[in-house]
Every structure is written in structure tokens, then in C-alpha cells.
Ligand binder design. Structure first.
Ligand SMILES: Nc1ncnc2c1ncn2[C@@H]1O[C@H](COP(=O)(O)OP(=O)(O)O)[C@@H](O)[C@H]1O
Ligand SMILES: [Mg+2]
Length: 229
């Protein structure tokens, strides 16, 4: 996979707030994001951090309205509409919440999905192209990326199996077939290629405990050994 404009990658940066961290969790439905985020929060709080969990679209009054508009949409939105809706919610959440909160030392902001979901969902699965998605993010505050992203990688089979167990009504994105998930996984793989240092690939097919062990190891590296990041 080749980006048309690789220069663009240089414009992405992590926000620099001493003693505070910006994290994201990624993966297809059922990967274990929500579950592992709670474990990470508990662990980080036990280490004295203040932890906030954020989701997109949402997290601000404007974002929550967009969330309802997207997830309850009965019509298939154009991929570009979808991408701009997410981007506008993201920009508001970054300035209204994330940047303000990170300003307090000892804060960890955890996003349940962030830019790699845009790359995988809108960029690849919906066919917009990675260049388009990255170009849209090539402006403040959308050019801010997490210090560390945990990609919980599972197979389509694991995802569908866990969704069957969960048995909840499917939303806009969840009511898709196997091909859609295969494309998402390919999209996430591309994100991992583009941002190899930021993204840690975690084998999400393992038991809950083993998945968290891997996450904890990376958290310790980030927070306790490389505090200057
Ligand atoms: N490693 C795992 N092993 C077995 N079941 C898991 C694992 N991770 C998550 N699950 C289960 O799969 C379902 C989806 O997990 P969840 O954390 O909600 O995933 P996500 O937020 O990524 O969609 C839940 O019922 C959860 O208990
Ligand atoms: Mg979840």
C-alpha cells in the first residue's frame, strides 16, 4: 500500500502535556475495546492517574446529536458525509474536552476508537481512500494523535462469534457482512503500517487476562519508562 503523499504523516503529532497521556483503543466489533478500557482505567487509577474515557462521535452536546444522526441513520450515508460527520465531532471533542483535560498533569484520556477507525471504516471499508482521510485530518486539532494506540486484533470469526453471544440490536455499522469486517481488518493493517511506533498490535483472540497483560506491559513502558514523551 502506497500513500500518494507521505509528507502528510509528518504533520501528525501527539499533544505535549507533562505527566498526561492520550491513548486510544481500536479493533472491530467484539475485539474487547470496552472491556479492556475499563481494566486499563482501573490500573492507571491505581497508579494515581485521573482517567477519562471518551467515545466518538459524542462526548459533547453537539457530538451526541451527531452520534444519534449517524448510528440511527436508516439511509446509507455517503462515505464522505460519514467522514465529515465524524471529523466534526472529533474536532469539537478535542478542543472542548481532550486538550483542556490533558492540561491537568496526571490525566489519561482514553478514546474508544479514534483516527484508525476513520482509516479502517471510511478510508478502506467504505472506499474513501486513506489519502482522503489523512488529508481531512491535516489541520489542527485533527492532526493530534495518541501517544499510544492499542489495536486489539481479532479475526472476523471471533468478532461474529462474540456478537452472537452479545445478542444486542445491531447499529449502523454492526449490521454488515463478513466482507465488511475483512476490509476493516485490512484497513487496520494499513494503519499499523503507517504508524508503527504509535500502534501496538495486541492479539485480541487471547483470554481477557492475557490481552490485558500485553496492554499493561505497553502501558508500563509508556508511562513509567518514557515519561518524557
Ligand atoms: N478476550 C476475550 N475473550 C473472550 N470474550 C471476550 C474477550 N474480549 C471481549 N470479550 C467479550 O466479547 C464481547 C465484546 O467485548 P467488548 O469489550 O464490548 O468489545 P468491543 O468494545 O471492542 O466491541 C463482550 O461480551 C466481552 O465480554
Ligand atoms: Mg465497545
Amino acid at each position: 500500500m502506497k500513500l500518494k503523499n507521505t509528507e502528510i504523516l509528518n504533520n501528525f503529532r501527539s499533544p505535549a502535556f507533562p505527566g498526561s497521556f492520550f491513548l486510544s483503543f481500536e479493533g472491530i466489533e467484539g475485539a474487547g475495546k470496552s472491556t479492556q478500557i475499563i481494566s486499563a482505567k482501573d490500573y492507571l487509577e491505581s497508579q494515581g492517574f485521573r482517567v477519562l474515557i471518551l467515545r466518538e462521535p459524542g462526548g459533547t452536546p453537539f457530538g451526541e446529536k451527531l452520534r444519534q444522526a449517524i448510528l440511527n441513520s436508516k439511509t446509507e450515508l455517503e462515505p464522505i458525509s460519514e467522514a465529515y460527520l465524524f471529523a466534526s465531532s472529533r474536532a469539537q471533542l478535542l478542543t472542548e474536552v481532550t486538550l483542556k483535560e490533558l492540561n491537568t498533569p496526571g490525566t489519561v484520556i482514553i478514546y474508544d476508537r479514534y483516527i484508525d477507525s476513520s482509516i479502517a471504516y471510511q478510508g478502506i471499508a467504505r472506499g474513501l481512500g486513506i489519502d482522503t482521510v489523512l488529508n481531512m485530518h491535516n489541520v489542527f486539532p485533527l492532526n493530534l494523535i495518541p501517544h499510544k494506540t492499542f489495536y486489539l486484533k481479532i479475526s472476523t470469526e471471533t468478532s461474529l462469534g462474540r456478537q452472537r453471544v452479545r445478542n444486542a440490536p445491531k447499529d449502523y455499522f454492526e449490521s454488515r457482512g463478513k466482507d465488511f469486517y475483512e476490509n476493516l481488518i485490512a484497513g487496520y493493517d494499513m494503519s499499523c503500517e503507517l504508524f508503527p511506533e504509535r500502534i501496538s498490535i495486541i492479539d485480541g483472540n487471547q483470554s481477557l487476562e492475557l490481552v490485558f497483560e500485553d496492554i499493561k506491559e505497553e502501558l508500563n513502558k509508556l508511562i513509567f519508562k518514557k515519561d518524557e514523551q
